[in-house]
Design a protein around this ligand. Structure first.
Ligand code: ZN
Ligand code: ZN
Length: 258
């Protein structure tokens, strides 16, 4: 297994470490490649993303690190492009396409902020029907490549972040299954890898990466592929539990991009 992590966040957005600290930690851990994927600018929510001047600095700094650490580790400058971002994707080596919001009228609802935000939104904008919110979410996910020009499909079922143990909804409910199946069906023709994203495990929200086991099995059945990513917000969590989930993906028989 080749150790690499292409989904990482730094102090340029909501991460804890600088890019150089991340690079040093990656070398120490024996990674052959690290990719930075700072949150793109979203005009409607500036709480977690790179500011516009920060984006320019970010690209310059990562490119400088590429030179500084040449021969020691491969460094790539990517971006995590939100579905609703209309900010330029120029200057990046690759794009992770991610859905973090659903929209109701003019309101952007962050689906990964907190359980309370999610459930309040289901009550306020979806008549208390959490599955309707999930359907809206997976509709966006199905379009995420068309919308963002992504090279990698980000955290496919982020909507389940607060649903450990089926606490908020039933992930085998026919409406939920239909919603995610349709999204996978729309994404498969692009032949792009889905992330197996361990970020919610390292941060204590979940015990399984995104996507769920059932979704991974369906992706495998459709002959899709996956790439292991950490959605890492601290240097210590680079490649979190990659060995374990690499093994699981092998058992499922899904192609792993390395
Ligand atoms: Zn994300
Ligand atoms: Zn991320």
């Amino acid at each position: 297994m080749t150790l690499q992590d292409l989904h990482t966040h730094t102090t340029f957005c909501d991460g804890k470490n600088t890019p150089e600290e991340m690079v040093r930690a990656a070398i120490e851990k024996g990674l052959v490649k690290i990719g930075f994927s700072g949150h793109c600018y979203t005009f409607f929510d500036e709480s977690y993303c790179m500011s516009i001047p920060n984006v320019i600095q970010y690209i310059a700094e990562i490119n400088a690190l590429k030179e500084k650490y040449k021969g020691k580790i491969e460094i790539r400058c990517g971006v995590e492009q939100d579905y609703y971002s209309n900010f330029s994707r120029m200057g990046f080596d690759y794009i992770i396409g991610s859905v973090h919001y659903v929209k109701s009228g003019d309101v952007y609802i962050p689906i990964d902020e907190s359980e309370e935000t999610l459930m309040t939104a289901a009550g306020k904008y979806f008549g208390g029907d959490i599955y309707a919110l999930c359907e809206e979410y997976f509709k966006n996910v199905g379009d995420v490549v068309a919308k963002t020009g992504a090279d990698i499909i980000g955290h496919f079922d982020l909507i389940s972040k607060f649903n450990e143990g089926g606490k908020l909804f039933d992930e085998s409910h026919p409406r939920y299954v239909k919603a995610y199946t349709e999204a996978i069906d729309k994404l498969i023709p692009y032949s792009l890898p889905f992330e197996v994203n361990t970020g919610a495990i390292s941060r204590g929200y979940r015990t399984h990466p995104y996507p769920s086991r059932a979704q991974l099995e369906y992706i495998a059945k459709c002959e899709g592929s996956v790439i292991l990513t950490g959605d890492t917000h601290t240097a210590e969590n680079l490649c979190y539990e990659f060995e374990k989930w690499h093994k699981v993906c092998k058992e499922i028989g899904i192609a792993i991009v390395e």
